[in-house]
Design a binder for this molecule. Structure first.
Ligand SMILES: *Cc1c(COP(=O)(O)O)cnc(C)c1O
Length: 392
């Protein structure tokens, strides 16, 4: 018999009842070290006092009014994002995949508005992930996500990740509206795009006019030690998708864009009942106030160095379990030699939560404010998990 919850997930036999910082408490009282942070969502850990305060204060005043009215919390958050990024304007969503929907719509309408509706193709890369909506799965294109869901939304052209010749060739096509990519692929196995490649792609977009859409749903909001990952390359996109970390655990996403890219989106052209409601934006403002801060981001970079050093040590001492460490900032991947699901189970046995990804990688995406002692504890637990696998 089918479960009451649609069985689209293979869930670990764990249910957590509370959390504090980088720790989760299981129903039976066991404490787990959380290195997944709700898949890069709980950027300030669990039960962060500033976020709890922002949420409960707003909850007592007003939850939801709809976008028929001005929402001061939404306007404040938009101004913070505009102030801190390349963007001139923001649209709020409840998730990453909804931001993807708007990115695709905006890129197409941009060219339609300019009298070139035939310019509607969006280039995307293998190994990418843009969410589970119809546009999101069509953009990513993998068999795993699209099988049985056809006919897929047309107008996406997929290029092999890292193939510069294919990219140069594809960009010449007169029907290309935009290119979409993650500066660090997350679900694909923690694969950073080299800064040089992001710069090269920006140049190609400038030459052809194609819009550059960056999906920073997972790698953004401080994850790599800069507010957004593309800042490392010294470039700026035309359109950017944000979600996951921006709500610190409250469902919130955003689409950021330049005025040029966004000016086609006039009143009535897009909408969302919930997107940017007072409750979500109260939390989003509290997250931004903490994360969009040079000292905070400096600490993320320092902690990332500490964590990475520990993981490099693990790889060196368990060459039969691990192949390499990769990633950027606190978006780290351990490429495994054993099946990554074995490592996942061994980590659970050590009361540690990590997240699987494609390419036999496990992801380490802790809270950005994880204490140094928890980083050391994490490395010690993963060391014991690897030792257990070697003995098995
Ligand atoms: C998680 C993710 C999404 C989808 O976000 P949802 O909130 O699950 O819809 C899109 N792109 C990337 C890169 C992601 O990691």
């Amino acid at each position: 018999m089918i479960s009451a919850v649609l069985p689209t997930y293979n869930r670990a036999p764990l249910s957590f009842v509370s959390g504090e910082g980088s720790w989760l408490v299981e129903a039976d009282g066991r404490r787990f070290l959380d290195l997944g942070a709700g898949i890069a969502v709980n950027v300030l850990g669990h039960a962060n006092p500033a976020l709890t305060r922002a949420l409960t204060e707003q909850a007592g005043a007003l939850w939801h009014t709809s976008n028929l009215y001005h929402i001061p919390q939404q306007e404040a958050l938009a101004e913070k994002l505009v102030e801190a990024t390349f963007a001139d304007t923001c649209f709020f969503t409840n998730s990453g995949t909804e931001a993807c929907e708007l990115a695709v719509k905006m890129a197409r309408r941009y060219w339609s508005d300019r009298g070139q509706p035939e310019r509607h193709v969006i280039l995307a890369f293998t190994g990418s992930f843009h969410g589970r909506s119809s546009a999101g799965i069509a953009a990513a294109g993998s068999e795993k996500m699209t099988k049985g869901f056809g006919p897929l939304l047309p107008g996406f052209r997929h290029l092999p990740f890292g193939d510069h010749d294919a990219l140069h060739e594809a960009m010449k096509a007169p029907d290309v509206a935009a290119v979409i990519l993650e500066p660090v692929q997350g679900e694909g196995g923690i694969v950073p795009v080299p800064d040089q490649c992001l710069k090269g792609l920006r140049d190609l977009c400038d030459e052809t006019g194609a819009l550059m859409i960056l999906d920073e749903v997972q790698c953004g909001m401080g994850r790599t030690g800069r507010l957004f990952a593309h800042e490392w390359a010294g470039i700026a996109p035309d359109i950017m998708m944000v979600a996951k970390g921006i709500g610190g655990g409250f469902p919130l996403g955003a689409l950021l864009a330049t005025e040029d890219a966004a000016s086609c989106m006039t009143a009535g052209s897009h909408g969302s009942t919930y997107g940017g409601n007072p409750l979500a934006c109260a939390v989003g403002n509290a997250v931004m106030d903490i994360v969009a801060n040079d000292d905070f981001l400096g600490e993320v970079r320092r902690k990332a160095g500490l964590f990475r050093q520990g993981l490099e040590g693990l790889v060196a001492s368990h060459p039969d379990v691990f192949e390499a460490v990769r990633g950027a900032g606190l978006m780290l991947g351990l490429k495994c030699r054993v099946p990554n699901t074995d490592l996942l189970d061994a980590a659970y046995a050590e009361r540690t939560c990590i997240v699987p990804a494609a390419d036999n990688v496990v992801r380490i995406l802790p809270a950005l404010n994880i204490p140094d002692e928890d980083i050391r504890e994490a490395v010690a637990r993963l060391d014991r998990a690897a030792t257990a696998l070697e003995r098995a």
